[in-house]
Design a protein around this ligand. Structure first.
Ligand SMILES: Nc1nc2c(ncn2[C@@H]2O[C@H](COP(=O)(O)OP(=O)(O)OP(=O)(O)O)[C@@H](O)[C@H]2O)c(=O)[nH]1
Ligand SMILES: [Mg+2]
Length: 246
């Protein structure tokens, strides 16, 4: 199989240890990501950004993180990409940003281009424009609004998009808003896989993205000898909130 090279955008090269990853901030500075430049939250067409860091891959997919503001989308992405937790004050994402990560799935290099969207209502029209090309989506939920998010995905995303519902902040009874049973019930209602995650402890973060990558790879390669059931895989691999998987 021929290998392609991935070029990361500027967003992928920023350091989380700086405390303010790309995609966060007051929106004063211009930053670039593929095809867009964000300036004070306004999106303008542009050329793709150039970076000297690259990695080979076989297939690529676009995954979007969507959900209410403050549920931990950016922290989940930073945990997955860099293995770090963004402690400190909450800085809401302005517009949209992305990071690339290449996973090795059953010997195939799968590149996930993960888009971190802004949960704030005022950026919703920006997010809508990105749904169309997304192959996978993960949702984080704080409350009953998930019905609205799922409805929105059905309206704007491709019909066969891979969905995963995540209940983040499983490490903290204080910070979490939704009980596990409620998350499970909602996921069942919509027929999507569900798992609890924690960007702080790392619980199930790798698993969430790997499961989506496996499902996408399985669908795209259509290997009749390979059987993969997303929900079964998640149920088998998932760790409880009491555990410490990172
Ligand atoms: N306890 C705990 N706190 C978390 C976790 N994930 C994120 N947080 C905290 O929740 C706050 C919001 O996290 P973000 O990742 O910035 O939230 P977001 O969903 O990206 O928000 P928007 O960019 O506004 O859409 C921050 O103060 C984080 O430190 C987690 O797993 N556990
Ligand atoms: Mg954010």
């Amino acid at each position: 199989m021929s290998r392609k090279k991935t070029v990361k955008g500027k967003a992928a090269s920023s350091s989380p240890s700086a405390g303010s990853p790309s995609g966060k901030g007051a929106g004063k500075a211009a930053r670039s990501s593929p095809g867009i430049v964000q300036m004070n939250g306004v999106v303008h067409p542009s050329r793709p950004s150039i970076s000297n860091s690259s990695e080979f891959y076989d297939i690529a997919f676009k995954v979007m993180l969507v959900g209410d503001s403050g549920v931990g989308k950016t922290c989940l992405l930073v945990r997955f990409k860099d293995g770090a937790f963004l402690a400190g004050s909450f800085i809401s994402t302005v517009g949209i940003d992305f990071r690339n990560k290449v996973l090795s799935i059953d010997g195939v290099k799968v590149k996930l281009q993960i888009w971190d969207t802004a949960g704030q209502e005022r950026f919703r029209s920006v997010t809508h424009a990105y749904y169309r090309d997304a192959h996978g989506e993960t949702l984080q939920h704080t409350c009953l609004y998930q019905h609205a998010w799922l409805t929105e995905i059905h309206e704007y995303a491709q019909q066969d998009v891979v969905l995963m519902l995540l209940g983040n902040k499983a490490d903290s009874t204080h910070d979490r808003v939704v009980k596990r049973e409620d998350g499970e019930r909602l996921a069942k209602e919509f027929g999507v896989p569900f798992m609890e995650t924690s960007a702080r402890s790392g619980l199930n973060v790798e698993l969430a993205f790997t499961a989506v990558a496996k499902e996408l790879k399985h669908r795209s390669m259509k290997d009749p000898n390979e059987k993969f059931k997303l929900q079964e895989y998640v149920n088998k691999e998932m760790k409880g909130a009491g555990c410490c998987r990172t």
